[in-house]
Design a protein around this ligand. Structure first.
Ligand code: SAM
Length: 279
């Protein structure tokens, strides 16, 4: 298994060209992380038809591989409704990836962007995905690492002033908010994928300390988005206005990421991109 080269995070690697499009529909903290994932997917060829597992609202798919033939599957009917309104997918399935009956050997590639860490029956999910893929088809999995809260700004400050207990509570609290069922390192994901009939091409670490720090700061203004979503089902209310104002959080991201920049190989990355292939 080859690890991608150490990289410093610049504008290009933060994927900030996508920021305005994402921020129009999502809170700043989420928009930043999605931009970093989109940057990691640049140049990754996903042949059609593509299966998008845990597709959510479809914004990621629309920006990542526009105009492609993509099927989306999600267990949450509200997400499926939102995905429908973005007209990203040729086919949408509302159901669980662990039990859905997908056409056998049909898809030429699949992606699961931050979805499978939420699925308790991970072996069942991999079985369904593997069955639905053609032999040799690439499968990209983006997942948080067990250390995803390590580089966040607030607990790092708390640690540095001797408040380790508070820092731990902050990290644990955030972990609970995001409901992750599976937090594994690259080796464990490779084992699970291997048992399901996948080979691993490479694993790329993403989300450096600069991104994690900026994400932590942006979480606070993003709470309003969470409230709006609870009330209306949408993260944001006025997409065109937000698009026009995107330069404000984008500038904050640039400044924070530059101030906290470190070589990703010298820290604990927040997420990994696993490039697998059906054997
Ligand atoms: C963090 S969201 C990611 C959404 C999307 N991939 C994106 O890029 O925006 C995780 C998604 O996984 C979906 N999900 C959770 N369990 C699932 C399951 N068993 N089968 C299908 N989708 C599932 C959730 O409903 C949610 O939309």
């Amino acid at each position: 298994m080859e690890r991608a080269h150490a990289r410093m995070q610049g504008d290009d690697e933060l994927g900030l060209e996508f920021f305005g499009d994402y921020f129009a529909y999502a809170p700043a903290a989420l928009a930043l992380r999605e931009c970093v994932r989109l940057a990691a997917m640049r140049g990754v060829e996903l042949p059609e038809p593509i299966l998008d597992v845990g597709c959510g609202d479809g914004i990621f798919a629309r920006l990542c591989y526009p105009e492609r033939q993509v099927w989306g599957i999600d267990i949450n009917p509200n997400e499926i409704r939102r995905a429908q309104s973005t007209a990203t997918y040729s086919t949408l399935i509302c159901g669980s990836i662990t039990t859905s009956d997908l056409p056998e050997g049909y898809f030429k590639s699949a992606i699961a962007n931050c979805s499978l860490e939420h699925v308790p029956d991970i072996a069942g999910a991999f079985r369904t995905i593997s069955r639905s893929l053609a032999p040799g088809a690439p499968f990209v999995l983006i997942v948080p690492t067990p250390d995803w809260t390590h580089e966040l700004l607030v607990p790092r400050i708390l640690d540095s002033v001797g408040l380790g207990g508070l820092a731990r509570s902050y990290r644990d609290g955030l972990d609970n908010v995001f409901h992750h069922v599976h937090l594994y390192d690259a080796k464990r994901w490779a084992e699970l994928l291997g048992e399901a009939g996948f080979a691993i091409d490479r694993v790329e670490p993403i989300v450096s300390s600069g991104v994690a720090g900026a994400f932590d700061v942006l979480l606070y203004p993003s709470v309003s988005g969470w409230l709006v979503k609870r009330l209306t089902g949408h993260w944001t209310l006025m997409p065109p206005v937000r698009r026009a104002l995107a330069f404000v959080p984008k500038t904050v991201v640039r400044l924070l990421a530059a101030a906290m920049r470190r070589d990703i190989e010298s820290m604990k990355p927040g997420e990994i991109v696993v490039h697998a292939r059906k054997k």
